[in-house]
Design a protein around this ligand. Sequence first.
Ligand code: ARG
Length: 475
Amino acid sequence: MTLAGRDHKGRADMTLWGGRFDEPSDADLRALNDSLSFDRRLYAQDIAGSIAYARALARAGVITDDEAAQIERGLEAVRAEFDAGEFAVQIADEDIHTAVERRLTELIGPLGGKLHTGRSRNDQIATDFRLWVLDALAEVDAKIAALQVALIAKAETHADSLMPAYTHLQPAQPITAGHWLMSFFWMLARDRQRLADIRRRTSVLPLGSGALAGTPFAIDRDFLARELGFAEITRNSLDGVSDRDYVAEALFALALCGVHVSRLAEDVIIYSNPLFGFITLNDRYSTGSSLMPQKRNADPMELARGKSGRLIGNLTGLLTTLKGLPSTYNKDLQEDKEALFDSVDSFELYLPVVTAIVQTLQLNLDRMRAALNEDMLATDLADYLVERGLPFREAHHVAGRVVRLAEERGTTLSGIPLEDLRALSPLFGDDVARLFDFGTSAARRAAPGGTAPEAVREQIAEAKRWMAAHSAEAS
Ligand code: ARG
């Protein structure tokens, strides 16, 4: 008997497809070609797919129910070996599919060789990887949700805390810190919506596509989809074996979420600089310098910012791999896995740290307040004139003159006497003094989505409703 994985002379370095070859393949070729080192991560999905497939073969009358049961028991035994970390890799194990089939055949004999009837590694890997992506995106979703929860909690504490906000990194207007924190909540909400959307398109079963043209056996693909938890089946076998849109989309969703987290990280890095001093990082989440004793660095946030680069790199790498491929399966597609593994691993490594940093973030209210200056109220001055009938464009001009006057006199806006203000516009009255209050400025922006404490509290309530409506996607 010729055992799969050995040739007629019993050499162990033959592959499962060695029938038409006289010589074993070159060692360097094997090093390049073999994917078990990374696709062994798909063993649970590969075995689940094979168990479902054995059942489908029995339903199609290709094997008996008893044979299907033996195959299933054998596959469970192989899974147990992987689970226990005891799976012994053989030199002929090219990838996870051949490794599982080789071991199955060792355990149950030649019957193991019936499992691959009508199936190809092309529809097999496409199925395995979709199953893995569905799980991975659910885990990613849960990690993003945890960061959202941390942002809401911190924002609730700081719904009234005043801080400056910037455009072009130049002082702009007073806001509440809760508003700043919640801005990231909504970015992450969109990320999670994107993940849910991608999961819908990933939940499509390619198994039964064969190598490319479909399967000649009476495989019930709807049955396979139900067994494996897919929502539907692919409708074209050529597309089925080569579609990697779900990988590209997952990489994009991770890259964009990484960009959002990178922007949060950048704010935290800037605001924890002593020149700003708005934020003190918790000791557990900051690092020192081996040389400069005074240092308190935001290394984890710098890594979160830095890792967004590799998330984007993985996306552009895969898109570049895909763009020139001729129809159906090409080995280039094997490049999809390490890219997504890396993005998911990177993300799952740093996101919990970012979440912990948000949870433990100390906001220095006095420093944030001290960074507010009256120039940031110039818009309120213009609004005041608008409320008294002046067209905004003229009001903007008058407020600009007030700012200039204060600058020339080396004083603040509230340091300009009323008669000087009235010289610029007779619409100024006694009540202008009440404008020079940062809390009043923030509180005026109470329309939905604004920075007023009451609007922020409403925003937080809305965010909590959003979370309740989206908790199911994580499971
Ligand atoms: N390791 C391959 C991959 O990741 C599995 C499919 C191999 N198919 C083939 N015809 N060589 O894409």
